[in-house]
Design a protein around this ligand. Structure first.
Ligand code: TRP
Ligand code: ZN
Ligand code: CA
Length: 445
């Protein structure tokens, strides 16, 4: 036992207050039936991005290359023609577009910037892709894929007339293949006051690799989690991108202190047997055997990867541009706000959340937000119990931890659990004298 705790921490008033709180906690429920989950953050779900539309842009990029000496490289006519194509689509959709010129290697280069009118001007979310190819080919996977995915996401914003809390800005960079020239030019020429308004930059460079992997940049944790939760909700395993951090247009933003993230389906690295096992495709072959070569044409695309990554891009743009910057809401937040009293040194109690409308398994990084009011949290043992009864220990008791309350978010690998069903938070108070109650908890998918 802990002999000094009462004298250390408790005044009679505090005891009375705790007793009153506990009494209210027991008496209060009823307003909300136990087990009802209220979708919290009412974020609008992103639309599905039509693969056919993304591929139609790739067909246009291919035609542009074919008509212009076989490439869309910086300083060549195929680059400017690509810019004109993307710009015309955005102008017609209601974007405010800007061409930013720069010079590299004696040739004029262009960044295309497209602002979606509205949103908080002091909170800007950006998404971008490099639009130039190398000189040796049409650059359909590198990086027609990212360019088309971002373009179609921007057009989906317009079709939905989406009005997010944040201001949305899309970008297509020039001269990436010469060393991130365009994106660096943009960041270097952005006044510090404008730079500080950027809440995030999402990069899409090579998202349709023919022997695809599903790689998420390991950078800003909220952006990373937003992508990971999306793929987890579809039961698609992801890995951290390791084929060269800093090798694309997110690098200048990251150097300037902007939170960054992105997706990548692989370039010159070889797919391992384990990767082929989980993603399909061919082990022992590179992710993109046409990387930076003449066969990077419209045949050099994995439609499934292009489709999923484009949908993930839209998901991230939708999710990260609305709400307060809370943990990513993914497809939804389910919560139970009914108080449940926790008996002092007694039996475990549970609070239940019914998850519905999900397909497949729970995320590999399920966020479990817990708000337990208690006057000595070391008393508490807390578990998350999956619908099939599997318990995940969130917190053990530790008699010396005298602090109040458990208000935190736990991350649980719940990828082996079916998402739909009754999830429970189970709390047991293992020692006497201090008491409390489950105030609320939530699951973020
Ligand atoms: N355009 C990039 C390049 O040629 C492709 C690339 C390689 C990449 N490794 C990457 C893009 C990692 C993003 C992340 O260098
Ligand atoms: Zn590239
Ligand atoms: Ca106790």
């Amino acid at each position: 036992m802990r002999p000094n705790r009462f004298t250390l921490r408790r005044t009679p008033a505090a005891v009375a207050a705790v007793a009153l709180t506990a009494a209210l906690a027991v008496a209060a429920p009823a307003a909300q039936a136990a087990g009802t989950a209220t979708p919290a953050a009412a974020a609008v779900a992103a639309p599905d991005i039509p693969l056919a539309n993304v591929k139609a842009h790739l067909t246009q990029f291919q035609s542009i290359a074919t008509a212009n000496g076989g490439n869309r490289a910086h300083g060549r006519p195929g680059y400017k023609a690509s810019v004109d194509y993307v710009k015309a689509k955005l102008d017609a959709a209601g974007y405010t577009t800007t061409l930013q010129q720069f010079t590299s290697g004696g040739a004029t280069g262009y960044n295309l910037i497209a602002d979606w009118p509205g949103g908080d001007p002091d909170k800007v979310l950006m998404a971008g892709a490099h639009l130039d190819s190398v000189t040796s080919g049409a650059g359909i996977n590198d990086n027609g894929s990212g360019s088309a995915g971002v373009l179609e996401t921007a057009l989906a914003v317009s079709r939905a007339q989406y009005q997010p809390d944040k201001h949305l800005r899309f970008a297509w960079w020039g001269a990436e293949e010469l060393g991130l020239v365009g994106s660096r030019h943009y960041v270097n020429n952005l006044p510090a006051a404008e730079r500080s308004k950027l809440t995030g930059y999402l990069n899409f460079d090579m998202i349709g690799s023919p022997n695809a992997g599903y790689f998420v940049y390991d950078d800003d944790p909220v952006i990373e989690q937003t992508f990971k939760s999306y793929f987890a909700s579809l039961s698609i395993p992801t890995e951290i991108e390791t084929e060269g951090d800093g090798r694309s247009d997110h690098a200048p933003f990251k150097s300037a202190g902007v939170p960054v993230g992105g997706l990548f389906s692989g370039a010159g690295y070889t797919k391992t047997a384990a990767q082929a096992q989980k993603w399909g495709g061919t082990a022992g072959q590179t992710f993109d055997r046409c990387y930076h070569s003449s066969c990077d044409n419209t045949s050099n695309i994995n439609d499934t990867a292009l489709d999923r990554n484009s949908d993930a891009a839209a998901h991230a743009v939708w999710t990260l541009s609305s709400g307060t910057g809370e943990p990513p809401t993914g497809e939804g937040v389910f919560s139970n706000t009914t108080d449940v009293a926790i008996p002092d040194g007694g039996a475990a109690v549970t609070s239940s959340i019914a998850v519905t409308g999900r397909t497949g398994n729970a995320p590999a990084a399920l966020q479990v937000g817990v708000d337990i009011k208690h006057t000595w949290r070391g008393d508490l043992v807390v578990d998350l119990v999956a619908p099939d009864g599997t318990a995940y220990r969130l917190k053990n008791s530790s008699s010396g931890d005298s602090a109040d309350n458990v208000v935190t978010t736990y991350t649980v690998n719940a990828s082996s659990e079916v998402a739909n069903g009754a999830w429970k938070l189970r709390v047991q108070d293992t020692a006497q004298q201090d008491t409390g109650y489950i105030d609320s908890w939530k699951l973020t998918f």
